[in-house]
Design a protein around this ligand. Structure first.
Ligand code: HPA
Length: 309
């Protein structure tokens, strides 16, 4: 019995060790697998569809769906309410890859060799290996800004990465999408969210302008929601707080992709810092047809305007 447990433990340690050691090769293997199925499609955007954005997947035309379970080195999300499908096709005439469901740092953050962060950002590295120039990120977030209401949208202006950095450790051999050069040891991420794409997203949300904001996103590890004093201290520097996005965007920017991002506000964090949010409540907001329609129509309009620009 004890022997088996030790063996199992060593096996998984070896798995996380080799994932780190062979990371570039694993990213390349996954990209090759997806590339072989894309046919003549040359995606211009990768989009991570956070919770509540699943309807976007239905708006992708001529769509091919691949379950994460059928993609080498991809993991099926462990959290209920997060799907695991890659969908490629055309969104309002723009060739895209949609990632419905993401890995969060809190799922694997207990493991060594920066495994949690490497896992969290794996799909973005695959998008970059596929030569995709733009990364559109969406997420669910708690509203720190007192003007924000449940169901509102926030265009990400900048972020604070309050998790381990995905680029810690060995300087990897990855190439940039924009100029083919090796990713720098100390890559700048500013401007973090592309000013032009941000403008397009802001214009796309005008139909819902009473529910549209711009602000700073704080990315924390979770899985706990914030204590009162944490929320108050975050509010000094950020407008919304969530458990994803920032690591993905660091990788996207490091690899020379342009980033654009949008949060859906699922709960209001009060002036005192009370954050009685729970996962069921967050899920309920994201299942609301009104909120889903607002998010979906804004993303669709973004691609219409992008195409026209
Ligand atoms: N805090 C952190 N993550 C979240 C929240 C929150 O209030 N709401 C949705 N994701």
């Amino acid at each position: 019995m004890l022997k088996n447990i030790i063996k199992m433990g060593l096996q998984s340690i070896e798995e996380v060790f080799t994932f780190n050691r062979d990371y570039e090769a694993k990213v390349a293997e996954t990209a090759d697998h997806i590339r072989a199925q894309l046919g003549s499609l040359r995606p211009e955007f990768g989009i991570t569809l956070g919770s509540g954005l699943g309807d976007i997947a239905d708006a992708i035309e001529d769509a091919t769906t691949i379950s994460y379970a059928d993609i080498p080195n991809f993991l099926v999300p462990t959290v209920e309410g997060h799907e695991g499908n890659l969908i490629f096709g055309n969104l309002e005439g723009i060739p895209v890859i949609g990632l419905s469901g993401r890995t969060h740092y809190y799922e694997y953050g207990d493991l060594p060799f920066n495994y949690g962060m490497l896992r969290t950002t794996f799909a973005v590295n695959v998008l970059a290996d596929l030569g995709i120039a733009n990364y559109f990120v969406t997420n669910a977030a708690g509203g720190l800004n007192q003007k924000f209401k449940v169901g509102d949208m926030m265009v990400l202006h900048s972020h604070i990465h309050n998790q381990p950095n995905p680029l810690l450790g060995e300087h990897r051999q990855f190439k940039r999408v924009d100029n083919g050069e090796r990713v720098e040891r100390f890559p700048p991420v500013s401007p973090t969210y592309d000013p032009e794409l941000r403008k397009v997203l802001h214009a796309a949300g005008q139909e819902h302008r009473d529910h549209l904001h711009q602000g700073v996103y704080m990315g924390v590890t979770g899985p706990t929601y914030e204590a009162e004093a944490e929320a108050r201290s975050f509010r000094d520097n950020a407008d919304a707080v969530g458990m994803s996005t920032t690591g993905e965007v660091i990788v996207a920017r490091g690899r020379g992709m342009r980033a654009v991002g949008m949060s859906c506000i699922t709960n209001e964090i009060s002036a005192s810092g009370d954050n009685p949010a729970n996962h069921d409540e967050v899920k309920r907001i994201l299942e609301s047809p009104e909120v889903r329609q607002r998010l979906t129509s804004t993303v669709q309009e973004f691609f219409r305007l992008y195409r026209a620009s």
